[in-house]
Design a protein around this ligand. Structure first.
Ligand SMILES: NC(=O)c1ccc[n+]([C@@H]2O[C@H](COP(=O)([O-])OP(=O)(O)OC[C@H]3O[C@@H](n4cnc5c(N)ncnc54)[C@H](OP(=O)(O)O)[C@@H]3O)[C@@H](O)[C@H]2O)c1
Length: 274
């Protein structure tokens, strides 16, 4: 499993598993299946409502804690210094873990003017050793500049919507210049890109599935990538991406699919939970 060294020296597996929209009642079985398929990085969030089952599956797996990389996210309603500390305690209670690998501010909600205070609380949690790495999600370049200028710390990760239809060139360049790891959410375009003719043609050339081709594109770009599937055969296939490579021409053909098309909301206008 290739990994990415973060700007704080910690290491994140490049391929992980996301549990957005996995129902709380199913998540323990789904995470158990993902761990059995070989995934060693799980991405959840307070707002997904499934931290409890996620933590339960990780604890029941018998894997040493330091062999599973765990990410969760601070929900918008919990922004602000003290509320962030409370939100963290609640997430950790639900996960049932004694430290977290990566904590992300889920959305900037810049209009609330609290993300800098939340990141200061993250710095305190990191100082206390309760979180190994601190980062953000859905931050624009302007949001990133502000958090860096006001806290003096560069987030380790920015988790953003990123797939062949939304290649996020501006953010990826800013991340590269500032040693911020790019983590791709909805990396398969929520499944919408799997029938794209360019993707299916490359999959045909390689004898691979369309999802494997897209995951490989992310890996070769240097993204951290966290596809989600509740289907065991897809979970396993999505993990079986280390035995082949895309050629430069195939990468270029996938790059050309960028239309700047979002499936999720624009970070400047997302204020749910405020
Ligand atoms: N930070 C944020 O704001 C944010 C926002 C959205 C997502 N995320 C994170 O990113 C993770 C992934 O994003 P996502 O769940 O939105 O979308 P995604 O991973 O791009 O796509 C998931 C969809 O693709 C299907 N799928 C997966 N593998 C497939 C395969 N091999 N063949 C055919 N279909 C396949 C899944 O179906 P089945 O499950 O039915 O198999 C599901 O419908 C989330 O789980 C979450 O952890 C973060």
């Amino acid at each position: 499993m290739p990994s990415i060294v973060l700007n704080d020296g910690n290491v994140i597996p490049q391929l992980g598993f996301g549990v957005f929209q996995v129902p709380p009642a199913d998540v323990a079985d789904v995470v158990t299946a993902a761990l059995e398929a070989g995934y060693r990085s799980i991405d959840t969030a307070a707002i997904y409502g499934n931290e409890e089952g996620t933590g339960q599956a990780i604890r029941a797996s018998g894997l040493p804690r330091d062999e599973v990389y765990v990410t969760t996210k601070l929900w918008n309603a919990d922004q602000g210094y003290d509320a962030t500390l409370r939100g963290f305690d609640e997430s950790m209670r639900k996960l049932g873990l004694d430290y977290l690998d990566l904590y992300l501010i889920h959305w900037p909600v810049a209009i609330a003017g609290k993300f800098v205070d939340s990141f200061r609380a993250f710095q305190e949690l990191k100082r206390q050793g309760r979180v190994r790495s601190i980062g953000v999600s859905n931050f624009t370049v302007a949001n990133l500049r502000r958090v860096i200028e006001e806290t003096g710390e560069i987030p380790a990760v920015n988790q953003i919507e990123l797939h062949p239809g939304l290649a996020q060139h501006e953010l990826r360049e800013f991340h590269a210049a500032n040693a911020i790891a790019t983590e791709a959410w909805s990396p398969l375009g929520q499944g919408t890109l799997l029938e794209d003719r360019t993707i299916t043609a490359i999959a045909g050339e390689l004898g691979r599935t369309p999802a494997q081709v897209i995951i490989r594109w992310h890996l070769q770009l240097g993204n951290v990538v966290i596809p989600k599937s509740v289907t065991p055969s897809r979970m396993a296939a999505n993990f079986d991406v280390f035995g082949f490579e895309l050629t430069p021409e195939q990468l270029d053909a996938i790059d050309a699919l960028d239309r700047g098309g979002r499936l999720g909301p624009h970070p400047d206008s997302f204020t749910v939970g405020l």
